[in-house]
Design a protein around this ligand. Structure first.
Ligand code: PBG
Length: 334
């Protein structure tokens, strides 16, 4: 960039910062309700609202409450909601068969939300961890997370979700070849309008801890996910993952976690110029909440600042547990 020979005092950078109106006028990135995908946790029951310990302000909710909250999100202009189930311990098995039961919890939740709130997109996560006796995202044989058999299982899971009305399928499993297999299966089954938002660059991260409590995978998970999720030291590998997923038929790609991987978001957006999302994950949420609860940071300002970082890095949207709260703040301030 060439700024010529401009110098002080002809140039005073503080001129545009002098007042709210001038700051508003020159701001490069702003947040809108339409930037958000709202993840929610679903449980069996009716009228059930169960707080998640490590995520103050986030609940596990039964389908009837999820429908109400989806309505609220749609009314605030949030375009999409993402569903994560916490299923009964007795349904978590070695073969993970509950994942492709067409009447499983997320499929029923999807049908209910699609019927009652047709103006919001419904995204479903594809991965076996909520259904697995070992808490892994794929099928485990002799302690190994086997790739190709996992892909077959994930395809079955994606198909029942599409059948239930999912608008976006979000594979978060990080198996090789899953996007192509899912795209072919969706085309074959007449679901050509279902979007694939690939968790393309998903890192093996300590920031998922509170989420695992929310879906009940903290108690089941044996070992770690380092043989399929990415190593936090790598960048080029993220670009290869994205290139592959796009070639296999992904419509949109995601980086996860968010704030600790903003460089990845920026590089992906610059290289590929495709719809790029970041997941502000449970641990990021928990850190803000914990610091705010101690009076160490200004909660609302920290939330807005962390979300605008994603937009600045080039993300088209953000999966965030703060979606509804921020949409309300934005509405109040406009
Ligand atoms: C499951 C999945 C995880 C998250 C989304 N989908 C956890 C994991 O991979 O262990 C994490 C989301 C969050 O931490 O908010 N495949």
């Amino acid at each position: 960039m060439n700024f010529g020979s401009a110098s002080f005092p002809r140039i005073r950078m503080r001129r545009t910062r002098q007042a709210p109106w001038s700051r508003d006028l020159v701001r490069e990135t702003t947040l809108h309700a339409a930037d958000f995908i709202w993840p929610i946790f679903v449980v069996e029951g009716e009228g059930r609202i169960e707080p998640v310990g490590a995520m103050p302000g986030v609940d596990r909710i039964s389908i009837d409450i999820a429908v109400e909250r989806a309505r609220e999100a749609a009314d605030l202009g949030i375009p999409c909601i993402a569903l994560f189930p916490n299923i009964d311990r007795s349904l978590r098995t070695e073969d993970c068969a509950e994942a492709w039961n067409p009447d499983n919890l997320v499929c029923r939740a999807t049908r209910a939300i699609r019927a009652a709130v047709p103006d919001i997109g419904v995204m479903e996560d594809v991965a076996l961890d909520p259904y697995s006796a070992t808490g892994h995202d794929g099928i485990v044989r002799d302690g190994i997370i086997v790739n190709d058999e996992s892909v077959e299982a994930l395809v079955r899971q994606a198909l029942v979700q599409a059948e239930a009305g999912a608008n976006i399928i979000g594979p978060s499993d990080m198996m090789d070849g899953r996007i192509g297999a899912m795209r072919d299966a969706l085309e074959g089954a007449g679901h050509q309008d279902v979007l694939l938002l690939s968790y393309a660059a998903k890192y093996a991260s300590s920031f998922y801890g509170p989420f695992r409590e929310a879906v009940g995978a903290d108690a089941t998970l044996k070992g770690d996910k380092k043989t399929y999720q990415m190593d936090s030291g790598n960048t080029d590998e993220a670009l290869r993952e994205v290139a592959l997923d796009l070639a296999e038929g992904a419509d949109m790609v995601m980086v996860k976690p968010g704030l600790a991987y903003l460089d990845i978001c920026q590089r992906i957006k610059q290289e590929f110029r495709v719809p790029t999302y970041a997941y502000q994950v449970s641990g990021e949420y928990a850190m803000i909440e914990a610091a705010a609860a101690n009076g160490w940071i200004d909660r609302e300002k920290a939330i807005l600042e962390s979300l605008s970082a994603f937009r600045r890095a080039g993300c088209d949207g953000i999966l965030t547990y703060y979606a509804v709260e921020v949409a309300r703040m934005l509405r109040a301030s406009s």
